[in-house]
Design a protein around this ligand. Structure first.
Ligand code: PMP
Ligand code: GLU
Length: 401
């Protein structure tokens, strides 16, 4: 008799599950068991989408924008993205270089599948967003991570990146402001990377700028504005974070025309054009006053002070000072090897589990972000929740001996 084997593909059996989504689901589970869980695991603004954007969606629905759209996006939105890239980022993309997608995640998925052959390498700057390595692997590529620690504000130097580049490198991939560290690469740091890449003309750049609007340092810098790499930079952005539109599923990229066309071709066989109503709302968001986005950023800045202040007082936690996004990424390695009698902490995943089960605070262990000494804390939560979370984290970490 034949033995029963799994019907699932090797691809799915071998891939890792998204750690952020997994911890969010686990947090919901513990909550459903009746515990008062404070969820600091998911990277999602706690604010509602600004009213004027919701209004634009209602109008779009009433006006009958309910049909399939062109795969790379409606022309008005593509033009608004071209204008935005030019106005705010100093980037020169034409409409045929824009592809609107069902979220920045899909944009990155499209790029990886459009560019990678089996065995091609992608240099990923660590700490990195959990899905980068999984997406590269799904496309047959090999993630090559190059990292920096808290002492370097988690920012990787041009020299370190260069040391990781080989003949097989297809692109480098990073986010700034960065998920999970909140670090922001300055114009000078990006320029140094661009100048280094002059020596490696076969390497493309994928710059994920989805946290652009949540930047506490002032001016956002785009590597695509550096002349050395302008014609080989793919800039990814979206609406989820800066406009509090995570559930609307809308993102976009600007890319060399050949790559944009390939991404649209892929998307045409996978999901088609993005949601018609979301695109009308996105058009409105990009062409309206950014005051509501700036107000959310100011609220995040205030919470950043609260969480830095609170967690810095906990013995053993080494706290960073993020310049953007809404994550804190403390080094918690001082707790490794300690125990409260019931739980022993051997790594960051153990620590995240310990915090969830004993303090009922959901975070994400750093190993999935390529930083096994750290934990990610999303401070997109109310000040009351953050204050209580800090108190609980301090208490249970104090119980580890
Ligand atoms: N890039 C980064 C760095 C992210 O944190 C996320 C998480 N939302 C994404 C891309 C995906 O964004 P979207 O929700 O638009 O797919
Ligand atoms: N990007 C967010 C995070 O890092 C949302 C969840 C996800 O898609 O990973 O938590």
């Amino acid at each position: 008799m034949a033995t029963k084997t799994s019907p699932l593909s090797d691809t799915v059996l071998n891939m890792t599950e998204s750690a952020t989504l997994k911890m969010a689901a686990l947090g919901r589970e513990v909550k459903a068991q009746g515990h008062d869980v404070i969820s600091l695991s998911l990277g999602e603004p706690d604010f509602d989408t600004p009213e004027h954007i919701k209004e634009a969606a209602k109008v779009a629905l009433d006006e009958g924008y309910t049909k399939y759209t062109p795969v790379p996006g409606i022309p008005e939105l593509k033009q608004a993205i071209v204008d935005k890239f030019k106005r705010e980022n100093g980037l020169d993309y034409a409409p045929n270089q824009i592809v609107v997608s069902t979220g920045a995640k899909q944009s990155i998925y499209n790029i990886a599948h459009a560019l990678l052959n089996k065995g091609d390498e992608v240099v990923i700057l660590a700490p990195y967003w959990v899905s980068y390595s999984a997406i590269v692997e799904l496309a047959g590529g090999v993630p090559v991570t190059v990292g920096a620690g808290i002492e370097d504000d988690y920012k990787v130097s041009a020299e370190a990146i260069e040391a990781a580049i080989t003949d097989k490198t297809k692109f480098i991939l990073f986010s700034s402001p960065c998920n999970p560290t909140g670090s922001v690469y300055t114009a000078e740091e990006l320029s140094a990377i661009a100048k280094m890449l002059q020596r490696h003309p076969h390497v493309y750049v994928v710059a994920d700028e989805i946290y652009e609007l949540i930047n506490f340092t002032g001016k956002h810098a785009s590597i695509g504005a550096c002349p050395e790499v302008a014609d080989r930079t793919i800039t990814v952005n979206g609406f989820a974070k800066g406009f509090a539109m995570t559930g609307w599923r809308l993102g976009y990229m600007g890319a060399p025309a050949e790559i944009a066309k390939a991404c649209a071709k892929l998307q045409g066989q996978a999901t088609s054009g993005a949601n018609s109503i979301a695109q009308q709302a996105g058009l409105h968001a990009l062409t309206s006053d950014l005051a509501p986005s700036h107000a959310m950023k100011d609220a995040f800045a205030k919470r950043r002070e609260l969480i830095i202040d609170g967690l810095s007082k906990i013995d053993g936690l080494k706290v960073n000072r993020p310049q953007g996004a809404f994550y804190l990424f403390p080094d918690a390695s001082a707790f490794f090897g300690k125990s409260n009698g019931e739980y022993t902490i051997n790594n960051s995943d153990d620590l995240a589990e310990y915090l969830l089960m004993t303090a009922h605070v959901a975070t994400v262990g750093g190993s999935s972000f390529g930083a096994p000494n750290c934990i990610r804390i999303s401070y997109a939560a109310s000040e009351e929740q953050l204050t209580e979370a800090i108190r609980r984290i301090g208490k249970v970490l104090g119980e580890l001996k």
